[in-house]
Design a binder for this molecule. Structure first.
Ligand code: SAH
Length: 504
């Protein structure tokens, strides 16, 4: 439900991993009228927004004018003043080096209602994802967070490095990677141990995470040599050594591999989350979207007559969903489906049927149309039986032709069509073009067609994974080389060959 009175929410967007966003943040993003975000927020969360949301990028991006803090404050006040629900997303926690306090003050002064939603700060999370606990009973009993952003020669309000060194414990520095040289020198000059372990974690909790470990004496040089840049935190303290035993995130099988998912935004979820769980850096770049069929009335009429068929064949979960959406608009009782038996291609399709509490009478072991024909043959033929096939517009003819060839009376019910996805709310296409990818996944012929129709440049070395022979054939027809093909033609099958492909 949209919020009526204007309000501004200063919301922690977490350190990067989408799973580390709070439930409250997600709920507010879903309901927001306006969203402000910046470079440290994972843009994938913008996909949670509603239809008419206004999205404002408030960070710095090469070649574009960045909004100043005063301009941001003024915009937050202005938009909330118009009665809108304004969500100001901030990387990590809004009140940890996030200038959230300044924004809250501006709102308070302007008399605008506001709410603070804390987030998981990178200061703790990036360390944890590098296998470094910020406290460890045997080693330290306090943690200090400090900013490396300051000029070490500044005198007023400056960080007291003497005190920092004396305090010991774990010290976590945010910002200021570029000043690491001066900072480590300062610490050494104030008497800190040269062999004090130091780790830097860049883009912590994301699939781009990188960790460098050294000592107070060596780290600045290592960072320079590896061209390591912001955003990164630095952890100073003996807890860094625990990483030798506790590193976990960077050790997962697909860690560091960037993989593109081209399915519809609604369906991408399972594939993306399985790949992410294995450490993959997933770019969701939906190329298609499911739309109602061109002739919805005709489809509805066939659905209405469903009970007059001997068999109803479903070839995809989308077809099942579209069918029952209409069916339950027409009928209040599932029994109106009559004595029609149900066939389903693929376990996901069969599961969708079962979700409606209907029995699947036929489910071939192989997930292609040919297998359905063989199953019907095994049944001893289907001469003169009435078969309804609920499927996408422009699908292959093989199934209706094959069934008709066996003497069945076949009707095709076009349940939906796939159309090109035109919006790109998360900026995935830009990221794809700028950063490239290791592998692209295609889960249907239409994902291949529509991806190629986008005419995005093909990143050097990007490999192709396909869900099955039909999709692979389309890819080859369009000039692609298929490097990996699922042996089992569904999402778990695809994930499993991708794992093998990357050698784990
Ligand atoms: N409010 C944020 C910090 C903002 S200051 C928080 O609570 O995390 C910006 C600094 O945060 C960056 O320069 C970097 O030091 C750190 N930072 C933010 N996200 C990070 C990430 N994913 N990995 C490593 N450092 C990160």
């Amino acid at each position: 439900m949209p919020l009526k009175t204007g309000k501004c929410f200063l919301v922690g967007a977490g350190p990067g991993d989408l799973g580390l966003v709070t439930l409250r943040a997600k709920q507010l993003i879903e309901q927001a009228d306006v969203i402000f975000y910046d470079a440290l927020c994972n843009p994938e969360m913008l996909a949670w927004t509603g239809e008419d949301v206004e999205i404002v990028f408030a960070g710095k991006r090469a070649g574009e004018h960045a909004l100043s803090q005063d301009e941001i404050n003024a915009l937050l006040v202005e938009k909330a003043g118009q009665g809108k629900a304004v969500v100001r997303l901030k990387g990590g926690d809004p009140f940890v080096f996030g200038r959230g306090g300044e924004e809250a003050k501006a709102l308070a002064v302007a008399g605008i209602q506001f709410e603070i939603v804390p987030g998981i700060t990178s200061a703790i999370a990036a360390a944890a994802y590098a296998g470094i606990p910020v406290t460890h009973r045997e080693q330290n009993s306090h943690v200090t967070f400090f900013t490396g952003h300051e000029d070490v020669t500044k005198t007023e309000n400056a960080i007291d490095y003497d005190a920092l060194v004396k305090l010991g414990g774990t010290q976590v520095m945010l910002m200021g990677v570029e000043r690491l040289d001066a900072i480590t020198r300062e610490m050494l000059a104030r008497g800190s141990r040269p062999d004090l372990p130091v780790a830097l974690v860049r883009w912590g909790t994301t699939a781009r995470q990188k960790t460098i470990v050294g000592t107070l004496a060596t780290i600045a040089e290592r960072v320079r040599a590896s061209g390591f840049e912001a955003p990164a935190i630095a952890i100073f303290g003996d807890v860094v050594l625990l990483r030798n035993e506790l590193s976990w995130f960077e050790d997962r099988p697909l860690f560091g591999k960037r993989i593109v998912v081209t399915r519809t935004r609604r369906q991408a979820g399972v594939l993306s989350s399985e790949l992410r769980a294995l450490g993959g850096d997933v770019i969701e770049l939906p190329t298609i979207r499911i739309a109602p069929p061109t002739n919805l009335r005709e489809f509805a009429e066939l659905v209405q007559d469903a009970h007059s068929y001997d068999w109803i064949v479903f070839t995809s979960p989308n077809g099942v969903e579209a069918f029952f959406e209409i069916f339950f608009k027409l009928y209040a009782d599932t029994r109106e489906i009559g004595a029609a038996k149900i066939a389903a291609i693929g376990p996901a399709t069969a599961q969708r049927v079962r979700d409606f509490h209907l029995h699947v009478d036929m489910q071939p072991e192989e997930f292609v149309a040919e297998a359905i024909l063989r199953e019907f043959e095994k049944l001893g033929g289907i001469e003169n039986l009435k078969v309804l096939i609920a499927r996408a517009e422009r699908a292959r003819d093989l199934l209706p032709k094959g069934l008709a060839g066996m003497g069945a009376i076949v009707d095709e019910a076009f349940a939906y069509r796939t159309v090109a996805e035109t919006s790109d709310v998360t900026g995935a296409r830009r990221r794809f073009v700028e950063e490239g990818a290791d592998l692209i996944t295609f889960t249907s012929s239409s994902t291949v067609e529509n991806f190629l129709d986008l005419k995005l440049p093909w990143p050097a070395g990007m490999k192709v994974a396909s869900i099955g022979p039909v999709t692979s054939a389309t890819a080859r027809e369009r000039g692609l080389t298929v490097d990996v093909e699922a042996k089992q033609h569904d999402i778990p099958g695809l994930v499993s060959v991708i794992r093998q492909f990357f050698g784990s």
